[in-house]
Design a protein around this ligand. Sequence first.
Ligand SMILES: *[C@@H]1O[C@H](CO)[C@@H](O)[C@H](O)[C@H]1NC(C)=O
Ligand SMILES: *[C@@H]1O[C@H](CO)[C@@H](O)[C@H](O)[C@H]1NC(C)=O
Length: 441
Amino acid sequence: MADILTIYKLSLILFTILRACGTSCPVLECWFVQEKPGGGFPAAMTQEKSILYISSDTVDRTEAEPTRRPPADISPSRIYHISDPSATMCRSALHPPQGSVKKPQCEINPFLPQPAMVQWAAPLTSAALSPVYLQADWSSVALQGLDGQLVLSNVMRAASATNKPNVILSVFSKTASIRSRLGVPVSLDCGFWADPSSPLSGSGFSVEWRYQYRGEGRLVLAYDGKTDRYAETSEKGAELNFTALHQTRNASLLLEETQVRHSGTYICTIYLPYLLAQVALDLEIQEPPSISISPSPLPVVIPGQSVSVQCDASGFAPLSLQLRWEFLGADGKVQVLGEGRMSGHRQASDGTFSQSSWLDLDTNRLDLGRGGELACVAVHSGGTRRVSATVNIVGVSAPSIEDSMAMVAVALGLYGLIKVFSWTFGSFGSGNGDSEDKKQN
Ligand SMILES: *[C@@H]1O[C@H](CO)[C@@H](O)[C@H](O)[C@H]1NC(C)=O
Ligand SMILES: *[C@@H]1O[C@H](CO)[C@@H](O)[C@H](O)[C@H]1NC(C)=O
């Protein structure tokens, strides 16, 4: 009895595991895109619907899945049964929840294996490899998960005309879009997997990070796997962790200290002999402004007059900023006073921006009541900042204890001054008289 129970429990566990495995890899709708034969410039593209059945084991499972019927509008030549032992295509970011309108973006293209042109990857191909292995149907697939949580790019090989590709090289990133504050370290995630059973994975790999912003591009660094050192480092404070690179194939780019000019797109490319795959990541440096109100403290406002107040926002990036003024009356009423007169922006040498706004606190136009708090509010993608200053209106507010004490002090001071003055004047006058008297004598 106990044995049967155990067997029952075991099979239940096994069933659960199998179920989990069976459902963990998605079926992906994808676009097959290729250049139109015949060419032209710019190259004309054709686009066909395709479908990808993914399994994370290397065993051919197509026969075991006769129930999965592909949609009728998809040509049989665009139905792929992909084996992905790295299981990156099975990650949850590529599973839209049931009935979700948002789907992962997917594109599959023909791929042509060829020796790398760049100097840090060219040596990889020098270890000549079986050309027979390269004679196959090669394709690449690029995927973007929901909410930019995962981007990946795979190079796949299928025996000719089988439509059953195996993933040979997979490059992926968990942080397709990163926001960072200024002046902090940041890691741009990029990892890869290379099929250990492929003859292409034995002779090393190379890594390249490029930066692109508004059409301008440059190399950040390049790692030559043949010599196991950097072939190029053009950016100070940008590096790879070599331990992580070799141990876990973690090719993440580490920026020691973020600067405004680091905002842009970064492309992580992994080279194997004849193959390459790359993913692109966006980094945006978002630094909220520091703000202050001047003059500080604000001068006492005399009814009927107006006081000019300035709010300075500085050290922020990117440029887009909204400033607004608010007045919180002593009675608790909030008045939004608009953005005031905005200045143009200035850019500091570190790339951050500053901008100011002036406001006329005009007692004839504004109902400032018995005074209150004047606030400057800066709304920025890096965060909202707020600073406030006390507005005192002469003769309107009942004098506070400090005011009364100040008045007493002023009165005492004045009294003292008059006293001293009258003494000085008095003695001076008499002195004068004395000397005159003496002269006359
Ligand atoms: C790589 O290492 C970084 C830390 O440097 C870590 O945050 C990241 O998750 C790792 N990525 C992969 C793909 O292992
Ligand atoms: C480099 O990676 C290794 C292994 O992942 C980790 O233990 C180490 O802390 C990392 N070094 C730096 C400087 O991030």
